[in-house]
Design a protein around this ligand. Structure first.
Ligand code: 7TS
Length: 416
């Protein structure tokens, strides 16, 4: 893998921020976009722009073909059985809300139970709280261990014939933990529950095979996989999607409308009401091709190398004055890492003793280093660890060890 040639494909990286070379370590929030994606959006508006599926003129046919080509690319990307099981959404949040509203209408009643985990993003908590409120269902939560892993034994005890749905994150955005999602799905299926996998952080780092996982629903966002914002994917098994009512109503999702009765379109259009984000869906295919060309295994190996390099560097940071030593002479690290699971992606949360994460974030920004600070939309997880927030560095395919050297040196200066 040639990082320099990859970096050349990301124009945004080649700029100065606050007089310093930009170092972008906020990839879990959104990844930057390669030129092929940027150019695809421009090209679409310059040559092909038309509304899709409805017109028979040449531009409409071209736009429709390119839009549907992304659906086939996504099908392959996550190994879905049929392209009709791929629904385009606005993003992960939109996909979860779609399932929460539609699945619950068809399948959730008072007294049923929904299980989520203690490390969910708010977008995989709040929609289920609303469903529980509306339906009189009960929300249960899988606990998180000190290392930032899910307590699978406790999970097994939560499952029962009352469990109708398990909604669980594959990879934690705050901790980087890779959850044993295949096992979580298997255990849920034993009691007859369905499983929604929040794949927002998994899609860019891990090989996804929804059939192998036997996931009932799988959601992710294009913008975290080097694609554009405003596009997401909901995968659902056909029998479930067929049995669920439409989420939004309007054009495209109908077969026939009369004032007496409306019949709905077939999958996937039943869940794609209105004019979609055509340009960005089309450009998303270029992001998928970009990732496929490098290969997920290469990506993961390289990012893990960056993660390990950072962790070693961070653990070596020493206060220059003696205040780092305890009374019995032991060393007190000024950096506390959160998320030390055995199976991780290249996301590392940490706090600097005695320094608020916002202050650290601002001082790092002054050095051109972009990290995320705060609760990362996982407030219950922060509460679990007794903190308000962390500094989070998340690495991507275009980051380098030299950038991490600059980062570690900057943290060292903050500490001292
Ligand atoms: N689920 C997870 C695990 C996420 O990391 C995010 C976004 C979402 C859901 C929501 O995705 P969206 O594309 O619909 O917004 N996570 C983050 C983050 O960690 N920092 O900014 C956004």
């Amino acid at each position: 893998m040639n990082v320099e040639s990859i970096r050349k494909q990301f124009p945004i990286l080649h700029q100065e921020v606050n007089g310093k070379h930009l170092i972008y370590f906020d990839n879990a929030a959104t990844t930057q976009k390669p030129l092929v994606v940027i150019n695809a959006i421009k090209q679409y508006y310059e040559t092909d722009n038309a509304n899709i599926h409805r017109g028979i003129h040449t531009l409409a046919e071209r736009a429709t073909a390119a839009f549907e080509a992304t659906r086939y690319a996504v099908q392959k990307f996550i190994n879905a059985k049929e392209h009709a099981e791929i629904i385009f959404t606005k993003g992960t949040t939109d996909g979860i809300n779609l399932v929460a509203q539609s699945f619950s209408k068809a399948f959730i009643k008072a007294g049923d139970e929904i299980i989520i985990s203690g490390m969910e993003h708010h977008s995989n908590i709040v929609p289920w709280q609303m469903v529980c409120e509306e339906k009189g269902a009960i929300l249960k939560v899988i606990p998180v261990t000190d290392e930032g892993e899910l307590d699978i034994v406790a999970y097994d005890k939560l499952l029962s014939s009352k469990t109708k749905l398990v909604a669980c994150v594959y990879v934690s955005n705050s901790l980087g933990t890779i959850n044993p999602i295949k096992q979580i799905i298997e255990q849920a299926h034993i009691v007859g529950a369905k499983v929604l996998v929040d794949g927002a952080q998994a899609a860019s780092h891990l090989d996804i095979d929804v059939q192998e996982l036997d996931a009932d629903f799988f959601v992710f966002s294009a913008h975290k996989v080097y694609g554009p914002t405003g596009v997401g994917v909901l995968y659902g098994k056909r029998d479930l999607l067929d049995a669920m009512p439409p989420y939004q109503c309007g054009g495209e999702m109908i077969k026939e409308v009369t004032f007496e009765k409306t019949t709905y379109n077939e999958l996937p259009y039943k869940f794609e009401a209105g004019t979609p984000n055509i340009a960005d869906v089309i450009a998303f295919k270029y992001a998928i091709d970009f990732v496929n060309e490098i290969g997920k295994e290469e990506i993961r190996d390289y990012e893990n190398e960056l993660l390990n390099y950072f962790v070693v560097g961070a653990n070596c940071i020493r206060p220059m004055v003696e205040k780092g030593l305890t009374l019995n002479g032991e060393f007190n690290s000024p950096i506390r890492l959160y998320g030390t699971a055995k199976e991780k992606v290249a996301v590392q949360s940490f706090v600097i003793n005695g320094m608020h994460h916002f202050d650290a974030g601002m001082m790092l920004d002054a050095k051109g280093i972009a990290v995320r600070t705060g609760h990362h939309c996982t407030q219950p997880l922060m509460k679990r660890f007794g903190i308000e927030g962390t500094i989070r560095a998340s690495f991507a395919i275009y980051n380098t060890k030299q950038e991490i050297d600059v980062f570690v040196e900057a943290i060292n200066r903050l500490v001292n």
